[in-house]
Design a protein around this ligand. Structure first.
Ligand SMILES: [Zn+2]
Length: 435
């Protein structure tokens, strides 16, 4: 999108001076060693007790049991005995909307990278300005451009409408040129147009993700789709054809028909039926990333919202339980489950949706170590950035959280954030907790 010349000049000067400031600081910074913590490295490996992590510049230079990692000359040593060190969290479903401060609040909660799954690039200008003004090294920001949707889009302000495959291809190319590092297919896009977007992703070597709902996820995954947003995207894939078509027609008539409708699908779904079984075969073959966003769908028997009738509430509670079961099942069948907090959700405070999502993954049957991988190493894989960050391995960027508690025993300890580092530099956690 065009940026006025004067404004882009100011931006360039601001960026150049903050880069100079950063590199000046970097050059002067001594190597850093974190001593004595339990380390969970984000690869799925068992924790390392009494570990040592060495950080030089903005990268991890060594990590392992203390006896195996030597301390670099002149290193600053920080004793973190009794603490747990994990990689920075990656939130793959964060909607910035008009609230850039929330990204910094999440940063103070350990979210060192995020992807917004459908927004115009201009919506990140204010956050980028705040990050530059404060000289912050993060969060790492990944965008998809606006949703690529069909006619009568679900969220008109956040979408571009493609009326055929050629328009879809052009929108996809435009978003990539504007800076998108992934593309998001939205649920009204017809199959041929969705395939056109997938082709652009393949050609540009970026991930393509989708909120499916009106298309059959099996067909899109077979066509090459890399990721699926929301476990509810599998709804029409696990229903018999006649019921699936009834749901499609209801949502085609009214986008809001999905609000209760998707719970109804799940409440009655047979996760061992012929259609679900056919889905699992595709998952085993394609191994897509799946971002279930359970926290936004969470319903609790004892917490009925005032605007929901008791019968509907009971149905939604049952539907949510089945969504959790399907999340675990798709992981068993080969899908790579990742973490998306979804910004603002019923049972989490401001900036805490990613924590709630991790708790719900564990409640769904994932081990705490698996849940942490979903939010770190596996999530970096979905960004196609596994060689840059997301796990605690030598050579990777130092994006690190220090926790007071041990989330490998109780995932709720993810809430005990003590320190947050991005790109080798500590963040002022107390400050951004106020955002
Ligand atoms: Zn969303």
């Amino acid at each position: 999108m065009p940026v006025p010349a004067a404004r882009s000049f100011v931006l360039v000067v601001a960026l150049a001076s903050s880069v100079a400031l950063l590199s000046g600081r970097q050059a002067a910074t001594r190597p850093l060693v974190l001593e004595g913590a339990r380390v969970i490295d984000g690869t799925g490996a068992a924790p390392i007790d009494n570990a040592r992590i060495a950080i030089e510049g903005n990268r991890i230079s060594a990590v392992g049991p203390a006896a195996t990692v030597s301390v670099p000359a002149n290193a600053e040593r920080i004793d973190v005995t009794g603490r747990t060190v994990i990689p920075g969290l990656i939130d793959l479903h964060f909607h910035i909307e008009k609230d850039p401060k929330l990204a910094l609040r999440q940063l103070s909660n350990g979210v060192t990278a995020f992807r917004d799954p459908g927004q115009w690039e201009q919506n990140f200008d204010e956050l980028r300005r705040m990050v530059a003004a404060d000289g912050l090294p993060g969060p790492r920001i990944f965008t998809t451009g606006p949703h690529i949707d069909g006619e009568h889009p679900a969220y008109p302000a956040d979408s571009v409408v493609a009326r055929d495959a050629e328009e879809a291809r052009r929108h996809a190319e435009t978003s990539v040129r504007a800076g998108a590092t992934a593309l998001k297919i939205y649920f009204r896009l017809p199959l041929a147009s969705a395939k056109a977007v997938i082709n652009v992703c393949e050609a540009r070597r970026i991930p393509c993700t989708a909120h499916v709902e009106l298309l059959d996820a099996r067909e899109l995954l077979t066509a090459g789709l890399h990721g699926v947003e929301h476990v509810t995207s599998f709804g029409v894939s696990i229903l018999p054809r006649r019921e699936a078509e009834a749901y499609r027609q209801a949502v085609l008539l009214d986008n809001d028909a999905r609000r209760e409708g998707r719970y109804r699908i799940f409440a009655g779904a047979n996760l061992d039926g012929a259609d679900a079984t056919a889905l699992y075969a595709v998952l085993r073959e394609r191994r897509p990333w799946v971002d279930p966003t359970l926290a936004v769908f969470e319903r609790r028997a004892d917490r009925r919202p005032a605007d929901t009738k008791p019968d509907a509430h009971a149905m939604m509670v049952a539907g949510f339980a089945k969504m959790q079961q399907l999340t675990k099942r798709v992981a068993q069948e080969g899908a790579r489950v990742v973490m998306g907090g979804h910004t603002s959700v019923p049972f989490a405070g401001r900036g805490e949706a990613p924590w709630r999502e991790l708790e719900l993954l564990v409640e769904s049957g994932f081990t705490p170590i698996e849940a942490i991988s979903a939010a770190t190493g596996t999530a970096a894989g979905f960004l196609y950035r596994s060689k840059e960050f997301g796990t605690l391995r030598p050579g990777l960027k130092a994006d690190i959280i220090v926790l007071r508690g041990d989330p490998s025993r109780d995932i709720a300890a993810i809430r005990t954030v003590d320190r947050v580092m991005v790109d080798g530099r500590w963040i002022d956690v107390r400050r951004y907790q106020q955002y």
